[in-house]
Design a binder for this molecule. Sequence first.
Ligand code: ADP
Ligand code: ZN
Ligand code: ZN
Length: 729
Amino acid sequence: MSIVRVALDMPLSTLFDYVLTDGVAVMPGQRVIVPFGRKQVVGVVMECAANSELAAERIKPVVRVLDEIPPLPAELLTLLRFCSDYYHHPLGATVLSALPVRLRSCEPITLKEALHYTLSTIGRALDLSLVPKRKVVQQRILTALQAGVLSAAQLRALSPSAPTALKALLQSGWVESVSLKPSLTLSKQGLTFNNAHILTAAQQQAVDAVTQSHGYGCFLLHGVTGSGKTEIYVHLMHRMLQQGGQVLLLVPEINLTPQLENYFRSRFPDAELVSLHSGLGDSERTQNWLRAQSGSARIVLGTRLAVFTPLPQLALVIVDEEHDASFKQQDGLRYSARDVAIFRANQRGVPIVLGSATPSLESYYNAQSGRYRLLQLTERALAAAKLPTLRCINTSNAFMQHGVSEQLLTALEQNLQRGEQSLVFINRRGYAPVLMCTACGWLSDCPNCAGKLVLHLQDRRLRCHHCGHQVRVPHACPSCGNADLQPVGIGTQRVESALQERFPEARILRVDRDSTRNKGAWNAMRRQIHDDEVDILVGTQILAKGHDFPNLTLVGVLNPDGALYSSDFRASEKLFAQLAQVAGRAGRADKPGEVLIQTAFPDHPLFRALRDHDYNAWAKILLAERQSAGFPPFVYQVLLRAEGKLETGVYAFLQQGREAAVALAIAVEVYGVVPAAMPRRANHSRAQILVQCESRKLLQQFLRAWKPLLDALPAQKLRWSLDIDPLEF
Ligand code: ADP
Ligand code: ZN
Ligand code: ZN
C-alpha cells in the first residue's frame, strides 16, 4: 500500500493517513485533496510510507493530487516542522497557515507566471522511439526539451494541446518543472544597479563582514536613522543577486511596502521583485508566492508572513526594523518572523542581517555575547544631515492647553513662520481617552471590557478600541443626569482641533488609524506631505515608521510618560525605540531638526540617552534592570493564556494547568494564575500563567511534557493558547 501522511488544517497535532490509488505517485510537499468527515479538504503530504497504523479498511483514499504547482520544497517543510515544534502549534495548522489562501482551497490555480520545464533523469535516458507514435505532442515536447529548459509559454507554442501533454509527461515523471535559473535571466541583461553610493568606511566594513561570512552568520546592523543601513542592504543585495541568489527582505509594516517596493525596483530595475503581505488580494499573493517559489522573483519583500515563502536560491535574509513588535504574530501560530528568519538562514547556511536604530534587547544581548556579530554605524551617511537636537519640556510646571505646552506652541509658531513642517506625535487616537461627569465622577467605561470608551468628537461617538462597542455621546451623565461631561486626557483629534484654533491659517493634517482607514488615504496623505501641502502633522506611530519627510524639522512629543513606569517590562524599551524613530523623522535633509518632548520626568535616563543619541547607554541600563529582575533576555518565557465568558471556568482551567505544571517537577519557574493586562475584553474574562527558565532547552522540554496535559484538561467554553517568547502580557 502507498500511504501518505497529510497535514490538514485541524487543531490536532497529528498527521492524517490516506491511501493512494495504484499508479499515482506523490512527493512530500505536494498538495492533495482528501475526504475529511463529509467534506473534502486540501492538505499537504508530509511523508510517504508503506503502511499505516490504522486498519486498512479505515484508511480513505486520496481524492486527487494537485500537481499544477511544484511540491513545497523539503527545506520549507523542515522549517514548518521546526515552527510547529518550537511554538507548540499543531503541525497541520502550521503548514496550512503558511500557504496563501488560494493554495489552501480545492480550486485549481492557474499560473500566470510560466514555470519552466526540463527533462528528468529518466526523461533524459528515455528512448524517444518507445513513446507511442500517436502521442505526437508528447513527442514534440520531449524533443524540444532535449535542447534545454523551456518555459510553459514556449511549450504552449508547440501545440494547443501542449498543456495536456505536458501534464501527462509530468505525471509519468519524464519531465519536471524547474525554477528558472538566475543565470538565464540575469546574464543576458546584466544586473543594473542604480545610484550606488560610494560607501563610507563604516558601511564598507559592514558589507565586507557580511559578504565574507561563509555560510550562516547573524549580523546585527545597528545604526541611527539616516546612517545608511538601507544603502548597505542594497549593496548586499546587489552582491547576492549578481551571484544568482534570491534575497528575502522582511519589513514590519504593510504601509511601508509600496514605497519600499518602488524604491528597490528603482535600484534594481531588471531584477524581478515581488511583495508579499496581507494587503494583497488572494490571487496576487498566490502569484507572487509562486514566482518566488519558481525562482523567477529575485527579491521578495514582505511582512512577517513572507518568512515562509519558498525560495530555492535564497542567499541573504534582511530583517529591517528588527525590534518591531509586529514581527510577532499574536494569534494562531504565534511566531516571531525575526526568529524564524534566523532559523531559516541557519538552516540554509546563508547570512542574515538584522537592521535597526534601536535593536531589541534580545538581539543586542546576543550581539554582546557574541552569538551575533555587531555592526555599528554611528553617524549619518550624509554629513549635512545632522542628528536632531532633543529637549525636554517639563510638564509639571508648564502651562498646558489641550495637552500642548506654551513652549511647544511657540516652537510650532516659529516653524510655521519659517515655512517648515512640524509633527506633533501622540500615541492615542480619538479626541480623549475617556469622558467624565464633573458631578458624580462617572466615567465612560466599556460595558464589555475592562477599558474605557474613547471619545470621538467628530462623529460624536464613544468607542471602545478593544471590542469595537460604540454608542452616541450622551447629552447628560447616564448616572446622575448632570449635563456637564468633560473629556479627560488627549487624543489626536483634540490636539488637531486645539492647534487649528491656535493657528487658523496652518494646514494641519491628522494621520492616525481613523483618518487612514480608507484604501489609498495614507498614500494620498504622504504625497501631500512630500509636496509641502501640510504645515503641521498630528499623528500616531503610523508616522513614526520609516518615512522620509525632507521638509520636517520640528517634532513635538506629547504624553510619553505612561510607558516609563508601566507594569509591562518592555514598555520603556518600546518607548525609546518609538521616540528615536519619531525623532529620526526630523532634519533628514540639509535642515537641522529639533525634537521637544513633553514630560514630567525630564531627568529620566531614557530621555537622557535619547538626548545623547546613545542607544548603548540606554541598552546597558535596561539590561542591568532585566538581569536583576530576572526578565528576558536573561530568561526564556512562555505564557499560558485562557479566556472565556465564565471567570470561574477560566481560573479553574489555569489552576489545573498550573498544578499539572508543578507536578512535572521540571526546574522551570511556574508563576501563579493572574489576570491579563486587560482582564476583561468583549465580555470574556482573561487570565494567564507565566512560566520561565534560563535554559531555552529545558523550557522546551517542559513544554513538550506540559502541552499534552493541557490538551487533556476539560476546557469547555474557553479558549486557551501557549505563547512562546511572548511580547505582550
Ligand atoms: P537608513 O536606512 O539608516 O535610515 P539610508 O540608507 O536611507 O539610511 O541613508 C540615508 C541617506 O543617506 C539617504 O539619502 C542615502 O541615499 C544617503 N546615503 C547613504 N549612504 C551613503 C553614502 N555612502 N554616500 C552618500 N550618501 C549616502
Ligand atoms: Zn454624573
Ligand atoms: Zn470594549
